[in-house]
Design a protein around this ligand. Sequence first.
Ligand code: AHR
Length: 496
Amino acid sequence: PSARLTLDPAFRIGPVDPRLFGSFVEHMGRCVHTGVFEPGHPLADADGFRTDVLELTRELGVTVVRYPGGNFVSNYRWEDGVGPVHERPARLDLAWRSLEGNRFGLNEFMAWAAKAGVEPMMALNLGTRGVAEALELVEYANHPGGTALSELRRSHGVDKPHDVRLWCLGNELDGPWQMGHKTAAEYGRLAAETARALKRFDPGLSLVACGSSNSGMPTFGSWEAEVLEATYEMVDYVSLHAYYDPTDGDTDSFLASGADMDHMIRSIAATADHVGARLRSKKKIMLSFDEWNVWYQSRFGGESSLGWTEHPRLIEDTYDVTDAVVVGSLLITLLRNADRVGVACQAQLANVIAPIRTEPGGPAWRQTIFHPFALTARHARGQVLRVEPECAVIPTARYGDVPAIWATATHDEATGETTLLAVNRDRNAPCDLEVALPGGMRAVEHLELADDDPSAANSAEAPGRVVPRPGSGARVEGRRASLRLSPSSWNIVRFA
Ligand code: AHR
């Protein structure tokens, strides 16, 4: 097959918001403990942070990290995680039926975030707690001093306020699995009252209202409408969450996951705009896709299968080449919607459905999905361009006909670089792609993630089995470039 597309810096969707390259650290399994934090590890620094994981986090290009959950936050007492470590209580974590020793909490996370060079995105417990506790946490974290809670923080050795700008008003409260699960009416009211109080504390805070846990929820769409109806003028974002896996071995549908994510984004943007129209509001609600990834949910035995142990091995999915192609296509989807999605967080950062894996006391390595994320975060800069490939379609059982080529591009005026990101969803045939370019450009690099064995993966023993390799290269003649996209491949092509 062949395909054509045009790259024209005049056709812009919007700027690339660095917050699209976010990640997520939850107190779940080994994401925190023996993931980012492992005192006693040969590579741990004085704070107990694994420097190998810190280096990989920086290399991944992560910009913002959501913390401390996830389901975990909905029964979390933030006070348990601050102050002298030996005085901190052990608690039952009901979300993951684990034991939480609280040796890592808010101040440790902020110290880690500073070292990683990432912006914190804090989630509040609106499951088992409410407005008062949310305000207390924000005062502890953000107020300079002279009040009970800001002085408490200072007595804990943190003189300057953390000044966290981005706050999630709870997590997945539409889900019956959530501690403190609520109806849309109950949650909408609580989110509105919490948002009103937080904006009184600091009108400059950015607040995220919980959207649906996934697009299969019976209240998908109506939940967002009812919650936004109650919170519209007080929040800045509504959240979306989506996880994909090749259910029943349906790889063609799996490779088309970006089509589903795209549909979700358009549906929730339309829902938010509908509420805005009814409220006669001029405000535009942005979307925070603050949990997305490939997750083999069928391999997870469920929360009831877990005992009360500390940081058990939980959903440590090993990712293969096809998973990396899908992750690359989800990033393409987020960029294609850069005018509407202002924050996105891949879930999660270390060990738990993560691009970075570690062994306790042992090495850290890059999973296959690390690579499309790192290259996209490094090179997708400037403005997102509108790219509409002319190509064949692939029939899928779950999403109908989808375009075989899924692509986006960015143009950075500062460097003059144009970056094309493209996935070939066809598992059986390469695609010859013709690209119409502005004049005077040359091809800098074409890297692809593809393999004769799509089930190949990286491991502690073979951490470099799957890495991006040079693709066919782009041949530029005048205003035209031609290149070949391998079957089932993710590609990055840079022009300057
Ligand atoms: O990322 C794993 C879990 O998935 C999160 O805790 C929850 O918010 C979602 O259901």
